[in-house]
Design a protein around this ligand. Structure first.
Ligand code: HEC
Length: 101
């Protein structure tokens, strides 16, 4: 019984840590151009989450200049960001967590 409680605690804290990472990446790299639920310089995360997949979000962050046309933009002004794999994973899940919000 004790073991199960510990395992559940472990999972919960891992999930919370992931969420924290996503928020940190957001505050470091995206804030200022994107807001979670309001239009800023770029579209809000809840809107992005409603129409893009995890893979599309990652691709856009790494290579906006080869993605913008297929996403329906005439040009891109988004900075090319060099995030590592962990940051990319965290921020993509963070964006998707705003789906329906
Ligand atoms: C310099 C401002 C700027 C920064 C910094 C920035 N973005 Fe953007 N982003 C934009 C703008 C403006 C667009 C609209 C299309 C374009 O110009 O590329 C956009 C578009 C996007 C899109 C595609 C939107 C769609 O139609 O689905 C995604 C995904 C995205 N940004 C994610 C991010 C994430 C995540 C970060 C942080 C890691 C980030 N952006 C940082 C300005 C920015």
């Amino acid at each position: 019984m004790k073991k199960i409680v510990l395992i559940i605690l472990g999972i919960v804290s891992a999930l919370l840590a992931d969420n924290m990472d996503g928020k940190k990446v957001f505050e470091t790299y995206c804030w200022g151009c994107h807001h979670q639920t309001a239009v800023a310089f770029g579209p809000p995360f809840n809107e992005i989450a409603s129409k893009r997949t995890y893979k599309e979000i990652q691709a856009y962050i790494i290579t906006p200049d080869s993605m913008y046309e297929s996403f329906g933009y005439k040009r891109t002004v988004m900075t090319k960001l060099k995030l590592n794999a962990k940051e990319l994973d965290a921020i993509s899940n963070y964006v998707l967590s705003y789906k329906g919000k």
